[in-house]
Design a protein around this ligand. Structure first.
Ligand SMILES: [Zn+2]
Length: 151
């Protein structure tokens, strides 16, 4: 048996990590489903994610959506509502109070309705990119010791 035969028996590639497609993971999160399996629920209450997926057991606790979902909601809804207001004012000129009576509740309801799906999408994004411990690494903050405390 030559050395070529033993090389041929060795695995050609290193173990491959499971695939995490970005678009699929974000879409599953937007549908409030586990980004890993797509069948387990992602939230146990309004904008409260589960710790582990009930279907596949994926650990969801490393998610750090923080302020990105409200920022995205404000960014998107602000453009839609302000643009809608400006367009409506051109077509149907009415008093500012009439627009305020319609658009303010519409803004609040649509913001509350879109916050959880957008948070799910952010969690799906973080899971797909293996951010914040989703890749199996520790994400605890490093301890910071000032090198020269006297300065
Ligand atoms: Zn799952």
């Amino acid at each position: 048996m030559s050395s070529l035969d033993t090389d041929a028996a060795a695995p050609l590639t290193a173990p491959v990590a499971p695939e995490r497609p970005l678009g699929r993971s974000i879409m599953r999160g937007l549908l409030n489903r586990c980004p890993a399996c797509g069948s387990g629920r992602l939230f146990r209450a309004y904008v409260k994610p589960v710790d582990n997926c009930a279907a596949c057991g994926e650990d969801i606790s490393p998610q750090r959506a923080d302020d990105l979902p409200p920022y995205l909601v404000i960014f998107v809804l602000g453009h839609v509502l302000v643009g809608g207001y400006m367009m409506l004012d051109l077509i149907y000129p009415a008093s500012a109070w009439a627009y305020l009576a319609v658009l303010a509740p519409l803004g609040v309801i649509s913001a509350l309705a879109s916050l959880q799906p957008i948070k799910g999408g952010v969690i799906g994004l973080q899971w797909a990119l293996k951010m914040h411990g989703f890749g199996g690494h520790d994400d605890s903050p490093e301890s910071f010791e000032p090198k020269n405390p006297a300065a």
